[in-house]
Design a protein around this ligand. Structure first.
Ligand SMILES: [Zn+2]
Length: 351
C-alpha cells in the first residue's frame, strides 16, 4: 500500500506540473509568432518530461530503490539504478520529443484534417512501441543468451509444439538477476524472431513450474491478447486526439494557435484524463485474459500443481499482497489476486 500511495501522490504532482505548463504556455504564447513547429513540440515535451521526472524522482527513488532494497527485491547499486533512469529518460525524450514535434508539424501542415492524421500516426507509434521496442530496447537494459539447460529447453520446445504456438526464435535467458530478484517469463518479438525469454531468476523454479508459467504465456500469444490490448489503446488514442481537436477549437486562436507548445500540453492532459477514465475497463479485460491463460496452462502443462506452486513462489519472491482489497484490484491491478487465481486453478484441476 505504501507503494500505491507514493505512486498516486507522484501522479497527482506530475499532473500539477502539466497544468502549470498549460497556464504558462497559454499566457506566454498568446499573440506571438508560432515559429518552428517541430522544435516547439520537441522542446515542450522535453521540458515537461524533465520537470515530471524531477518531481517524481523522490517517489521513484523511494519505491524503486529504498523500498526495493529494504524488502530485498533488488540487487542494483545506486549508480546502476541512476544510470538506468538516465537511459530511460533519454529514450523518452527522443521518442516523445520527436512524436510531439511531428504532431505539431501535422497540425500546421493540415489545419483541417490534422486530427485524424495525427491519430493515425500515434496508433502506428503505439504499435511500434508495443511490438518492436521489446526486441530493440530490452538489450539496452538486459543481456540475453540461449537457455543453457538442455533438458528444460527440450521440455519447453515440446510444450510449444503441443500448443501449436508458432514460436521459432528459441528459448533465451535474460540476466534479470543483475538488477532485481523478480522472476519473469514472456514471449517477445514478432514473426520469425518471436522467442521465449526466461529471466535467470526464474531458473531456481522447478521444471514443472517453469513449464506451467510458459504455458500461461503461450496462451496470451495464442489468444492474441497483445493485439487486442493494442487495439483498445489505439481506439482510446484516436478518441483522445478527436477530443483534443474540440478542446483546441474551444480555447480559440487567441489563446492557442496550431503548432504552438500549448497544443502539446492540451492533448497530453486530455490523453491522461481519458487514460485514467478508461483504465479500470482495460484492467477488467486484462484480468479476464489472465484467468483464461491460467485455465489454458492447466490444460497444456504436463504436470498438475505447477502453476499454483509457481504463483505462490512468485508472490512471495515479489512480495505481492496475495489478497489485496477489492477496490485496489479493480482500480489498479492488471492481474487478479493470487488468492482468486489459486481458487480457480484448483477448481479447474479437479474438473
Ligand atoms: Zn499473464
Amino acid at each position: 500500500m505504501r507503494r500505491l500511495y507514493a505512486g498516486l501522490t507522484s501522479s497527482a504532482l506530475e499532473f500539477g506540473v502539466l497544468l502549470a505548463f498549460l497556464f504558462w504556455y497559454l499566457g506566454a504564447e498568446a499573440g506571438k509568432p508560432v515559429g518552428n513547429a517541430f522544435l516547439n513540440g520537441f522542446v515542450t515535451f522535453s521540458l515537461i518530461a524533465l520537470s515530471k521526472t524531477l518531481v517524481s524522482l523522490p517517489f521513484d527513488f523511494y519505491g524503486g530503490y529504498v523500498l526495493a532494497h529494504r524488502e530485498n527485491l533488488s540487487n542494483q547499486s545506486l549508480p546502476g539504478w541512476l544510470w538506468d533512469r538516465c537511459k530511460g529518460l533519454a529514450l523518452l525524450l527522443l521518442l516523445g520529443g520527436s512524436a510531439s514535434g511531428v504532431f505539431l508539424m501535422i497540425m500546421v501542415a493540415w489545419p483541417v484534417h490534422w486530427w485524424w492524421i495525427a491519430a493515425l500516426a500515434s496508433v502506428l507509434l503505439v504499435i511500434f512501441i508495443s511490438l518492436i521496442a521489446p526486441v530493440l530496447l530490452a538489450p539496452i537494459f538486459f543481456r540475453f543468451k540461449p537457455l543453457a539447460d538442455e533438458v528444460l529447453r527440450e521440455r519447453l520446445l515440446a510444450l510449444l509444439k503441443r500448443t501449436k504456438a508458432n514460436v521459432y526464435g528459441g528459448v533465451w535467458e535474460m540476466d534479470m538477476s543483475s538488477k532485481s530478484k523478480a522472476a519473469n517469463a514472456a514471449l517477445v518479438g514478432w514473426g520469425p524472431s518471436r522467442r521465449v525469454v526466461l529471466s535467470d531468476t526464474l531458473l531456481d523454479f522447478t521444471p514443472d513450474e517453469i513449464e506451467a508459467i510458459l504455458a500461461h504465456e503461450i496462451a496470451h500469444h495464442v489468444g492474441r491478447h497483445i493485439p487486442a490490448l493494442i487495439a483498445m489503446k489505439s481506439a482510446m488514442l484516436v478518441f483522445g486526439v478527436y477530443v483534443s481537436r474540440y478542446a483546441l477549437e474551444w480555447l480559440g486562436p487567441a489563446l492557442v494557435q496550431p503548432g504552438e507548445s500549448a497544443c502539446v500540453v492540451v492533448s497530453w492532459i486530455i490523453l491522461i484524463l481519458l487514460g485514467a477514465g478508461v483504465s479500470p475497463l482495460f484492467l477488467v479485460v486484462s484480468r479476464a485474459f489472465e484467468y483464461r491463460c491460467d485455465r489454458y496452462s492447466t490444460e497444456y502443462a504436463e504436470a498438475r500443481g505447477g502453476l499454483s506452486s509457481a504463483l505462490v513462489k512468485l508472490c512471495k519472491q515479489n512480495l505481492t499482497d496475495p489478497d489485496p482489497p477489492g477496490w485496489v484490484v479493480a482500480l489498479f491491478h492488471s492481474h487478479p489476486s493470487v488468492y482468486d487465481r489459486l481458487a480457480r486453478i484448483e477448481s479447474w484441476e479437479k474438473a
